[in-house]
Design a protein around this ligand. Sequence first.
Ligand SMILES: *[C@@H]1O[C@H](CO)[C@@H](O)[C@H](O)[C@H]1NC(C)=O
Ligand SMILES: *[C@@H]1O[C@H](CO)[C@@H](O)[C@H](O)[C@H]1NC(C)=O
Ligand SMILES: *[C@@H]1O[C@H](CO)[C@@H](O)[C@H](O)[C@H]1NC(C)=O
Ligand SMILES: *[C@@H]1O[C@H](CO)[C@@H](O)[C@H](O)[C@H]1NC(C)=O
Ligand SMILES: *[C@@H]1O[C@H](CO)[C@@H](O)[C@H](O)[C@H]1NC(C)=O
Ligand SMILES: *[C@@H]1O[C@H](CO)[C@@H](O)[C@H](O)[C@H]1NC(C)=O
Ligand SMILES: *[C@@H]1O[C@H](CO)[C@@H](O)[C@H](O)[C@H]1NC(C)=O
Ligand SMILES: *[C@@H]1O[C@H](CO)[C@@H](O)[C@H](O)[C@H]1NC(C)=O
Ligand SMILES: *[C@@H]1O[C@H](CO)[C@@H](O)[C@H](O)[C@H]1NC(C)=O
Ligand SMILES: *[C@@H]1O[C@H](CO)[C@@H](O)[C@H](O)[C@H]1NC(C)=O
Length: 522
Amino acid sequence: MEFSNFSSPLPSTCSAQSIPIPSLYGAEILSLSASLISNYSATVPDYFYLNHPSISVQNATFCNITVTYTHPGQNDTISVEVWLPLDTWNGRMQAIGGGGWIAGRSPFQYQGMSGAIGEGYATITTDAGLGSASDPTNWALLSPGNLNLYNLQNLASVSLNDAASIGKSLITNFYGQPPQYSYWNGCSQGGRQGLMLAQQYPTAYDGIVASAPAINWGEMIVTLFWPQLVMNIMNIYPHGCELKQLTSAAVSACDGNDGILDRIISDVDSCHFSPFSLIGTTFNCSGAEMQISEAAAVVANTTWAGAHSSSGNFLWYGPEYGSVLGDENIYTGIAATECFSNNSCVGKPSSLVTQWIQLFVEKNPSFNYNNLTHSDFDRIYHASVQQFSSIIGTNDPDLSEFQATGGKILAFHGLADQIIPPKGTRHYYDAVTAVTPDVHDFYRVFEVPGLGHCYGGNGGQPTAVFDAMRAWVENGTVPNTLPISFRDANGTENHRILCPYPQKARFDGTGNPVDAESFKCA
Ligand SMILES: *[C@@H]1O[C@H](CO)[C@@H](O)[C@H](O)[C@H]1NC(C)=O
Ligand SMILES: *[C@@H]1O[C@H](CO)[C@@H](O)[C@H](O)[C@H]1NC(C)=O
Ligand SMILES: *[C@@H]1O[C@H](CO)[C@@H](O)[C@H](O)[C@H]1NC(C)=O
Ligand SMILES: *[C@@H]1O[C@H](CO)[C@@H](O)[C@H](O)[C@H]1NC(C)=O
Ligand SMILES: *[C@@H]1O[C@H](CO)[C@@H](O)[C@H](O)[C@H]1NC(C)=O
Ligand SMILES: *[C@@H]1O[C@H](CO)[C@@H](O)[C@H](O)[C@H]1NC(C)=O
Ligand SMILES: *[C@@H]1O[C@H](CO)[C@@H](O)[C@H](O)[C@H]1NC(C)=O
Ligand SMILES: *[C@@H]1O[C@H](CO)[C@@H](O)[C@H](O)[C@H]1NC(C)=O
Ligand SMILES: *[C@@H]1O[C@H](CO)[C@@H](O)[C@H](O)[C@H]1NC(C)=O
Ligand SMILES: *[C@@H]1O[C@H](CO)[C@@H](O)[C@H](O)[C@H]1NC(C)=O
């Protein structure tokens, strides 16, 4: 199908008076505003316009529309923001997903929308009625003890389909034709949202990029607390420098497993590393000498092993070797600590998990998570999975309806993701494979060695994912590999390939390891 016969809308059509109010079953539209934006420019790096290359946007003209609506009886107020290019529309819609606690519609998503406008997409995002605050304190509870389940449901699923409908309706009226293709673009919360759309609203999008998805939410979010629990119970708080040193030692131990020394663990499955032999070794931390303590080895080992119950049962995966567990300056990594000048340290859990436990599981904003016993943790884990999986777990392996529409899903997941364990994505992919053996024909996941959560790390940023998804949907071009490149510690540009799970890129052992031609998927 060729896209043609599209004539640019006149600037005067971008006004609240000329744009028909979209209708949406189950919603009451409260307002529509529109304003023409001209001479818009933005420079968007690839780690903001995720799944795409960096882009510089110049002199764009678009109609900026905001539709605000409620689901009568639910007392929610949701805003969908839609940017419609005037004379550069490429006939397609691209929705930009959320991140962390944010459903969408915040400064980060505006970066993604700017990138999309620069490429001619009509682009949309929703705030799910939650605003743009980076934490859920303002919307999680109706009153102490009582969740606002409608808000959670809007984050999880319902508002995403609403936004797709509203976006398509505005596009159809504005250009006189519906989008030829509609695409979702997300990572993390946005990746989870993409998979939720495929599971629950299989006709909303033709193609979905669902990178580093925050799926298996009930299990995954709560077990981000696992290293903090271990530290609190044992009353041991290693310095971030020690954990950083242990990650570095794990990289040294496993870096060469693929035949190339590049400070990247490419084959995580062949990496087996025990930190205990390093206890007592000396290294430098911000200029001062420090030794690896037994505490650091214990915390690193238990973090890598993943969360377990008090009776020793496996609960959920930990990060791969090579991921940041803690750091000296920044509170990143799930085993992060904060250390004072008197050399004592305290745990620094991610607010993603502390807010989840307090607001959603305990429904008590002042719940004290610092003195949890292991059996308290077992109970919280169970409650998190039991109460919330059906709302936001996003791990339904039955994608057959989405498959039947001809839709495609592509994703990347960093193998040095310090927040969402890549094994959780494998777990889901394997579950889909078990019910849909031909999953590879419509859904592929590309693991990225050395990449952190959505961005960061040593392995380079995957920038070809969205366009590969588009070519798969529109042309049937099967993405057998994706390109990736990165500059190594010596300043050399390396070109590699990414392979669809369960394949891995293998170095042929003879070629130049900076050339993509020296690698094959196996
Ligand atoms: C358009 O934007 C550019 C860059 O921001 C600026 O230099 C230029 O003056 C603007 N042109 C008009 C007509 O406003
Ligand atoms: C900027 O875009 C407007 C609207 O499309 C166009 O009329 C104008 O010529 C463009 N300016 C430049 C410098 O490209
Ligand atoms: C689009 O409109 C909304 C208000 O509805 C505003 O908050 C936002 O800043 C506008 N975006 C641009 C790029 O002007
Ligand atoms: C509806 O929500 C607003 C705040 O968003 C709140 O002030 C009001 O009390 C709520 N109304 C009902 C009936 O719950
Ligand atoms: C940098 O170059 C040295 C010497 O050729 C090599 O041993 C090392 O592995 C290189 N480091 C990286 C990160 O490629
Ligand atoms: C720590 O840094 C000092 C000064 O740069 C250096 O002399 C020393 O060898 C380093 N120690 C270790 C264990 O790397
Ligand atoms: C380290 O973790 C592994 C599981 O990954 C476990 O089998 C082993 O017993 C742990 N070692 C120690 C000393 O705790
Ligand atoms: C170390 O300093 C921190 C921050 O000032 C303080 O909270 C803590 O009690 C001190 N610990 C000890 C053992 O003195
Ligand atoms: C944890 O501390 C709170 C007070 O902050 C207390 O009510 C609770 O009983 C403590 N729990 C445990 C397991 O000690
Ligand atoms: C599909 O194939 C055509 C013809 O080769 C090409 O021009 C177009 O760019 C392709 N579309 C995508 C999305 O790759």
